[in-house]
Design a protein around this ligand. Structure first.
Ligand SMILES: NC(=O)c1ccc[n+]([C@@H]2O[C@H](COP(=O)([O-])OP(=O)(O)OC[C@H]3O[C@@H](n4cnc5c(N)ncnc54)[C@H](OP(=O)(O)O)[C@@H]3O)[C@@H](O)[C@H]2O)c1
Length: 330
């Protein structure tokens, strides 16, 4: 065990894209777990777009205080335990933050033996639950319907599209490179893909969805959301999962100009936060484990090495350098 706890802390709140000036590093004494707590050696960090929001402002969680380690979900090995149910040596999942050692309380989730950490942080973690409940609870796809997913080659979007295929839907993905689009169709079984950087998204949706889209699962927001709203089928469901194209905006921009289409098409648009579904995780996990084992859901991971590269890993989400779930191995 090292003598000190190396941390990446929040130095400044981002205005616009997150730059290196937002981060600092320090080395502080390793914390001691109190009663009802465990000390964890952090092994993996989940890198999520929401971290940028936590750095900037109060959202569904309070903003990260300046000087604190950057907040993040992680996986670690328990090296000291004051919790009977969590033995030393267990692998646990919790809000570890960007640091080598973290104190977690008894609510930390113990990972069952034999689960690969990359799967635990992606398809069997927050990503899988987001895709599962967002699509099935809010999108309610029916066999034969057309489902369109933005951010389709990312961690969440790629799982959403595959679940929609399992449910008997026709699936169209929207992604940022020709390689990502080819991967969606050739490897993941999407019916078609649109490259938003080279194609006119609204025109392509018109060609690919002559009867309109029944479900739009949106990870991106902005112009892509507006393009999807142009093509709603009657009683379409628009699932607002995220709006990554807007997270770096310095001021809010006007919303879609065509919200009236929801009225005309009797559509429904609804947002959600996956934390609200944690109590139902077992329900999702039963299906996700089955689908991963039978090969009907594949997952991709994008592993960045080393705690000090966590800011670089975060940037991959915004540049689109990633395909699948971004994570850091310490
Ligand atoms: N509601 C919830 O509870 C919840 C939970 C988890 C995640 N989310 C949201 O889900 C979305 C996906 O998260 P994730 O963790 O799975 O990340 P991800 O999709 O693996 O990575 C983000 C992707 O967004 C795309 N992107 C970045 N900037 C863009 C832009 N300006 N326009 C269009 N696409 C852009 C990039 O792909 P391209 O190469 O295709 O551009 C990038 O690969 C995010 O909006 C996130 O906030 C919501």
């Amino acid at each position: 065990m090292a003598d000190l706890n190396h941390r990446i802390t929040l130095a400044r709140r981002p205005v616009g894209p997150v730059g290196p000036e937002c981060f600092a590093t320090d080395d502080v004494p390793i914390p001691s777990p109190g009663p009802g707590e465990v000390l964890v050696a952090v092994r993996w960090l989940s890198i999520d777009p929401t971290i940028r929001g936590w750095m900037a402002m109060d959202t569904y969680l309070p903003a990260i205080p300046i000087g604190d380690p950057v907040r993040s979900v992680g996986l670690g090995e328990v090296i000291e335990s004051n919790v009977d149910a969590i033995p030393v040596g267990a692998t646990v999942f919790g809000l570890t933050g960007w640091q080598q050692y973290a104190v977690l309380d008894a609510t930390a989730t113990v990972l069952p033996d034999g689960i690969d950490p990359t799967a635990a942080l992606s398809v069997f973690g927050v990503t899988g639950l987001t895709a599962y409940f967002g699509l099935l609870d809010l999108g309610r796809p029916q066999p034969g319907e057309t489902v369109v997913v933005s951010g389709a080659a990312g961690a969440t979007g790629s799982v959403v599209g595959q679940i929609a295929r399992i449910k008997g839907c026709r699936v169209i993905g929207i992604a940022g490179t020709a390689e990502k689009c080819a991967w969606l169709v050739d490897e993941l079984g999407f019916d078609a893909a649109i490259n938003y950087r080279t194609d006119d998204v609204s025109a392509r949706l018109g060609e690919l969805c002559p009867h309109g889209l029944d479900v739009f699962f949106d990870n991106v927001g902005g112009d892509i959301l507006e393009a999807a709203l142009d093509h709603l089928a009657m009683r379409a469901r628009v699932v607002l999962c995220g709006a990554i194209s807007r997270y770096n905006d310095e001021a809010p921009r006007p919303g879609p100009r065509n919200l009236m289409n929801l009225v005309v098409q009797r559509g429904r648009m609804e947002g959600f936060i996956v934390m609200d579904y944690m109590g139902r995780a077992d329900e999702a996990m039963a299906d996700l484990v089955t689908w991963v084992l039978d090969g009907s859901v594949k997952f991709a991971v994008d592993v960045v090495e080393g705690l000090d590269n966590a800011p670089v890993a975060l940037d991959r989400l915004f540049s689109g350098a990633n395909r699948g779930k971004v994570m850091v191995r310490l």
